[in-house]
Design a protein. Structure first.
Length: 248
């Protein structure tokens, strides 16, 4: 009954656990007295008893929440409770100690006033579940958005890796191309230097040929010179010059 009271007060969408401690435990005690008039424990005793069983209840509450999410359509509260017991026994390797009325908000027979109050609580609980469902949907949507963004980041990272691999493959080819271009440029420079050297040598040979031609013309002029008008001395010099020309 204590657990049932805690569940009703804490899951109430109007008051929940956001209330003063004294008021919270007073509500739980009132609930227990309402459905079990022979309870002799006071508020403080209920509170102490709760702290004693709190860990076990928290563990069972987690199993109950898991059972509520995994139960099939068409199942009732008893099915959820049964599955919660099984999950508790499996997870903690020990059966849950018997505790009266550990159940979802399905309660004993009540007075007309209590039934009306229960209907109001049921409606509020329904509204709470609807809001909870809406929150779950929003969280699911946020999770989907997160997954999409993570996928986009992964795709971008994959593209960067592929581009990096492509550059790693292309780099040696580009380096080879640059080496070939440098070799071709060097070869072209060598050809240009060779052509320039050949042109210089051709000019030198032409100048040498022209110099020899001028020298030959001068020699011919000396050989063909008219000696009849020359003096003895000049004629002697002419003969020496002719001998040198002939000796070439």
């Amino acid at each position: 009954m204590l657990i049932s009271g805690w569940l009703n007060v804490s899951t109430n969408p109007v008051v929940s656990t956001d209330q003063k401690e004294e008021t919270f435990w007073s509500r739980i005690h009132s609930y227990c007295v309402e459905f079990c008039s022979d309870i002799i424990r006071g508020v403080v005793a209920c509170k102490k008893r709760w702290y004693k069983i709190n860990k076990t209840v928290a563990q069972f509450a987690g199993c109950y929440d898991q059972a509520s999410r995994n139960i099939r359509s068409g199942s009732n509260a008893d099915d959820i409770k049964e599955l919660a017991y099984k999950l508790y026994s499996t997870n903690y390797e020990t059966p849950l100690a018997d505790e009266p009325d550990v159940d979802s908000p399905v309660r004993p027979q009540r007075s007309k006033k209590s039934k009306q109050k229960g209907k109001g609580k049921a409606q509020r609980s329904k509204d709470f579940r609807e809001r909870k469902s809406l929150v779950v949907k929003k969280l699911s949507l946020m999770e989907d958005i997160k997954n999409v963004r993570e996928k986009e980041l992964m795709d971008r990272e994959k593209e960067r890796e592929e581009e990096k691999e492509h550059r790693a493959k292309i780099m040696p080819i580009k380096e080879k191309e640059l080496q070939i271009q440098a070799a071709m440029k060097e070869q072209e420079l060598q050809v240009q230097r060779y052509i320039k050297e050949m042109e210089i040598k051709a000019k030198e040979r032409e100048m040498e040929r022209m110099a020899k031609e001028r020298e030959r013309e001068m020699d011919m002029q000396i050989l063909n010179a008219d000696t009849s008008t020359m003096s003895e001395k000049r004629r002697a010099l002419h003969e020496i010059a002719c001998e040198k020309i002939i000796a070439k």
